[in-house]
Design a binder for this molecule. Structure first.
Ligand code: NDP
Length: 417
């Protein structure tokens, strides 16, 4: 058993806390820490109320500013945490990683580090911060698993599975992320609007013909006919895993497509063109200084408040093209998740669910040894089958579509943690 410290108390952390509890026979004591103690206490309480603990055990809340490395180190030591799951804001990664390297605790996150002073990070994403610290992790023998959410995360494992089991040569991977759910509000973001809009206000980067290609947001549209969610429109978007998958697996074309409806794009475009997504303060006639984006955030629904009414499904997967036995091949490896089912089980919407469950699967594989590699790794550096086996068991099964054939993949012969 390995004790876990969860950093952050948002939608993803809520899922992580419940899933750690459901697997505390492998994972031991659970500690939850963020700046706001009350949020951590509410999460611990919800774990108790839903009877999520598999075996009797500890769930404790702590107040922590995770940018304070000494305080994070002290909390890791006090709680005896051997695994830290960082699902706080993306500004915390480097500080939390430092605390892990100094204490020897394993580190897991679900998104690349971002500098709050920048509008958005540009490629090469992992090489900007994380990969610079690989030698330090290796020297300290610290396991640091980067980007272990759904995308990045599970989609990286799908890419590795395709390379290992389905192709002799992979030429293209299109990662497709469609949320066909509905929250019933006029306009809302599924995550913190400040973080969410950052993803779409900058330039769009994809890896094509083995080089970075630049586009504008909402410039390149592609429509798909996907399992369960059906016909879906999506736009080329930049995403962390385009970098790591292209580099670590040597694939010449990796693109990321995010689904957006026309209504979302209209509202977003109006907000952006009016300057309401700006992080630069403006002065009103009355002499008040306000940051437009903060005002937009204040009037939009709190993303956590969407979960109880969310219905519908998500479909996220990798469309992989290449060659097998001298013939062209194309497969879609994907998962479908249900918003309402996620809410009933762990109190969060489906997108937080798909991000949080994989981070716990990664923790279980560290506890079980399969992924306790004692160095820094992206998900595609690690064996995918044990990961997909755990995910199948704890709520995120993997499906494969090839031509007319659709099947749920069976990884039960993979080692179990
Ligand atoms: P939220 O914005 O809901 O939560 C972020 C949490 O971080 C808050 O609870 C906040 O705590 C905490 N936090 C911020 N600053 C500090 C600090 N200095 N010290 C301690 N805690 C701090 O985010 P989500 O739950 O939606 O997302 C969490 C992470 O997961 C993000 O990095 C996001 O990018 C990533 N993600 C990854 C996905 C994937 O598939 N790979 C998909 C979705 C999200 P408090 O309020 O108490 O200050």
């Amino acid at each position: 058993k390995k004790n876990v410290l969860i950093i952050g108390a948002g939608g993803v952390a809520q899922v992580v806390a419940h899933k750690c509890a459901q697997n505390n026979d492998v994972l031991g004591d659970i500690h939850i820490a963020s700046r706001t103690l009350a949020k951590c206490q509410a999460m611990a309480q919800s774990v108790r109320e839903k009877n999520s603990l598999k075996v009797p055990g500890t769930v404790e809340a702590h107040q922590l500013d995770a940018l304070d490395v000494a305080a994070t180190k002290a909390l890791i030591e006090k709680t005896g945490a051997q695994i830290v799951i960082n699902v706080g804001s993306p500004f915390l990664n480097m500080a939390v990683m430092s605390a892990c390297i100094e204490t020897g605790a394993a580190y897991i996150d679900t998104a690349i580090h971002e500098d709050p002073a920048k509008v958005c990070e540009t490629p090469p994403w992992y090489a900007n911060y994380e990969w610079k610290r690989r030698a330090e992790c290796e020297k300290a023998g610290v396991t640091a698993i980067l980007g272990a959410g759904f995308d990045p995360g599970v989609v990286n494992a799908y890419a590795k599975l395709a390379v290992d089991d389905y192709f002799d040569r992979v030429d293209e991977i299109d990662i497709i992320d469609i949320n066909a759910g509905s929250h019933g509000r006029y306009f809302a973001t599924n995550f913190d609007p400040e973080i969410n809009f950052r993803e779409f206000t900058g330039r769009v980067w994809s890896w094509q013909d083995s080089k970075w290609t630049e586009n504008k947001m909402f410039e390149v549209r592609k429509d798909w006919d996907l399992p369960v969610v059906g016909k879906s429109q999506s736009y080329l978007t930049g995403h962390d895993e385009v970098h790591s998958i292209s580099q670590r697996l040597g694939i010449p074309n990796v693109r990321f497509w995010m689904g957006f409806g026309d209504h979302y794009i209209n509202v977003f475009t109006v907000l952006k063109n009016l300057g309401l997504l700006s992080e630069h303060p403006v002065r009103t006639a009355e002499g008040l200084e306000v940051v437009p984006l903060k005002v937009v955030k204040a009037v939009l629904p709190d993303p956590a408040s969407l979960a109880p009414d969310y219905t519908g499904k998500t479909c996220i997967g990798d469309l992989v093209k290449g060659v097998k036995d001298g013939k062209p091949r194309e497969v879609l490896i994907y998962n479908v998740a249900d918003h309402k089912q996620a809410y009933d089980e762990v109190g969060s919407q489906g997108i937080s669910y798909t991000a949080g469950v994989p981070a716990v699967a990664a923790a279980m594989l560290i506890a079980g040894g399969e992924w306790d590699v004692g160095t820094m790794a992206n998900v595609e550096d690690l064996p995918p089958r044990p990961f997909l086996a755990v995910l199948d068991r704890i709520g995120l099964p993997t499906w494969l579509r090839e031509g007319e054939r659709e099947e749920r993949l069976d990884f039960s012969d993979s080692a179990r943690p």
